[in-house]
Design a protein around this ligand. Structure first.
Ligand SMILES: [Zn+2]
Length: 177
């Protein structure tokens, strides 16, 4: 979405956004305050809510949660270390900000460039378990989520549940951010 506004009116467009993860003066305390202000949402959804913190898309959500061994369905209040999770997302975004081909593993090769994102049913790069995927959130704002059930234990929709089946019916977009 593109909106052209006078500088004095910028706040009307972006004033509701949380701290920008790529801002050199990123306000980590404020991001954590906003993320933690509601303990109930699933962390996979809370990370995408740009009112909490701005910059995490679907790819960095999935990859940050994998690296922190956290299920996307974990309620915010039960996340082991929110600060470390935010730091991980910020590090991944920063490492990828200057080039178009994004990698979270350090390996640029297709199929090896992400741990779980767009790797549904392929072996986890860490443990070999097939990567799971499911829709998370309420339509039309639901997004596909990828995770390793072994590396990221915790709450998740059961295999064969409507959420899991929805993913098989609805083809995932080739690339989403
Ligand atoms: Zn794994």
């Amino acid at each position: 979405m593109l909106e052209l506004v006078e500088t004095a009116r910028e706040d009307a467009v972006v004033g509701h956004l949380g701290p920008d993860l790529l801002d050199p003066a990123f306000d980590r305390d404020e991001a954590l305050r906003r993320l933690g202000s509601d303990p109930h949402p699933e962390i996979g959804q809370a990370l995408l809510d740009q009112r909490n913190l701005a910059g995490i898309g679907n790819l960095y959500k999935a990859e940050s949660l994998f690296l922190r061994r956290t299920s996307p369905w974990t309620p915010v209040a039960e996340v082991d270390d929110l600060g470390a999770l935010v730091d991980t997302a910020r590090r991944l975004l920063d490492a990828n900000k200057a080039h178009a081909a994004q990698t979270t593993t350090g390996d640029p090769r297709a199929g090896r460039n992400h741990y779980v994102f767009e790797r549904s049913r392929r072996p986890c790069l860490r443990c070999g378990t097939p990567v799971a995927s499911a829709m998370q959130g309420v339509a039309p704002y639901d997004r596909i989520t990828y995770w390793c059930p072994t590396c990221q234990p915790g709450p998740a929709p059961a295999p064969g549940s409507p959420e899991r089946s929805a993913v098989r019916r609805q083809r995932a977009p080739r690339t989403t951010y």
